[in-house]
Design a protein around this ligand. Structure first.
Ligand code: ZN
Length: 432
């Protein structure tokens, strides 16, 4: 059965911009995009959208679904600096996760993502007390919600040398098993340079297939950079590059504390994407990515939310300066994102072109002021302000519509998530 959505403002932020537009979806693909009155078809199911803004589904380019059950939790000790934030909050939290809580946390995070028009998540998972099989639990939540995902387990020395091979295998097995999956893919996860010894990186280099890239925190805090400099490298990207880890498409989260050599290398690595996480950076007080030196980047939430318009708004507000370039930010939010999506999830056509995947976000936003291609970002930041969705479609399937999840029993899911959160918090506080 065909599906018609509209009328609304249909735009992909690049070359499609239609007032009173609509989209026809057939068999998971976009069949037609145009003026709504030209698309009416008695054989299609119609979801009226009443002038709302209709965009390609959002990407969270760096997320930690394992942190979705953390809101309201307290650190186990003081958090005066970045390392203590990890040691007293995130590391004990990930150690406390088991199969059920990994699954429930991912389910909760993905339901939140669907409520915000997200159709693709690059997730960076950690659960050092439950390594083998953990990505399968995360994947279960992706399957049930229908969201598209690129999954990784963040390898780190912090869990002890005895678990290293398990961490490596968890990445490799998942990647291998999902090479032809319709919506899931694997990438090789690494925590950060400063928790990976020279021996560990050598071992990873041996194990890493040439066509498998990495997803790593890079230069989030000054400590990360100091570690690489002490070892004699010219920077963090330099270290990864010299280990030969950046040969395949890769993701470097944060990139705040870098060297001139690192910036220079980033300029030459075509399929290595920097992911900026403005809200997390503000929360941890670690500084922010230099937009004058890094122009090709994606946006992530680092586990803070599944709301990419709120993230864009923070990115704008926190990074404002005399040299502000709205056009650059527009390119990051649309064009660079599409380029990265195309690398990790190749598609037959660009978003909102016939033949492309039907991954769509209809926002709870009905623009009343003039909307033009060059002020779309202004509408998102000052008009919509959040990506709260009316309708989220992945692969042509309605996954969220007017507060409901058609494929999920949301009440049952909520109960299960609440029980898992209680269990996780008990295990977490039990470590003190
Ligand atoms: Zn992160």
């Amino acid at each position: 059965m065909k599906l018609l959505i509209g009328p609304g403002w249909v735009t992909n932020g690049t070359d499609v911009f239609i007032e009173n537009g609509g989209i026809v979806i057939d068999n998971g693909r976009i069949e037609a995009v145009g003026r709504f009155e030209d698309l009416r078809d008695p054989h299609a199911d119609w979801i009226p959208t009443h002038g709302r803004l209709i965009l390609p589904g959002f990407l969270v380019a760096h997320h930690h679904l394992y942190s979705a059950l953390a809101p309201g939790i307290s650190p186990l000790g003081p958090t005066p600096n970045f390392r203590k934030i990890l040691e007293n909050l995130w590391w004990p939290l990930d150690r406390a996760l088991d199969a059920e809580t990994v699954y429930a946390s991912a389910l909760h995070g993905l339901m939140d993502a669907l409520r915000h028009g997200v159709t693709l998540v690059f997730d960076h998972h950690a659960s050092m007390g439950f390594i083998r099989g953990s990505l399968q639990q995360v994947a279960r939540a992706f399957e049930e919600t229908g969201v598209r995902g690129l999954l990784a387990f963040e390898v780190s020395d912090r869990a002890g040398a005895a678990t290293l091979e398990d961490q490596i295998r968890e990445n490799l097995d998942f990647w291998e098993r999902h090479r032809n999956h319709p919506r899931l893919r694997g990438i090789f996860g690494l925590h950060a340079n400063f928790t990976l010894s020279e021996d560990t990186l050598r071992r990873i280099r041996e194990a890493l297939p040439p066509d498998l890239g990495i997803h790593i925190h890079c230069g989030e805090d000054r400590e990360d950079l100091d570690y690489a400099l002490r070892l004699g490298y010219q920077g963090l990207v330099d270290r990864l590059h010299r280990f030969g880890l950046l040969g395949a498409p890769s993701l470097l989260a944060h990139c705040i504390h870098l060297t001139d050599r690192d910036y220079e290398l980033l300029g030459t690595l075509d399929t290595t994407w920097v992911v900026s996480n403005p809200e997390s950076n503000a929360n941890n007080q670690v500084g922010r990515m230099d937009r004058r030196r890094i122009r090709t980047y994606l946006l992530g939430t680092d586990g803070m939310s599944g709301d990419m318009v709120a993230t864009l708004r923070s990115h704008y507000l926190l990074g404002r300066g005399k040299d502000e370039d709205f056009a650059e930010m527009h390119r990051a939010f649309f064009e660079h994102r599409y380029a990265a999506q195309q690398v990790f999830f190749p598609d037959a056509a660009p978003p909102f072109h016939p033949g492309s995947r039907a991954d769509i976000a209809v926002l709870e936003y009905q623009p009343v002021t003039p909307l033009r291609p060059d002020n779309l970002l202004g509408h998102l930041i000052f008009g919509a302000r959040t990506a709260r969705a009316f309708l989220t479609i992945v692969d042509g399937q309605v996954r969220y519509h007017a507060g409901e999840f058609p494929h999920l029993n949301a009440d049952e899911a909520r109960e299960r998530i609440r029980a898992a959160a209680r269990k996780l918090w008990e295990r977490y506080y039990g470590q003190t």
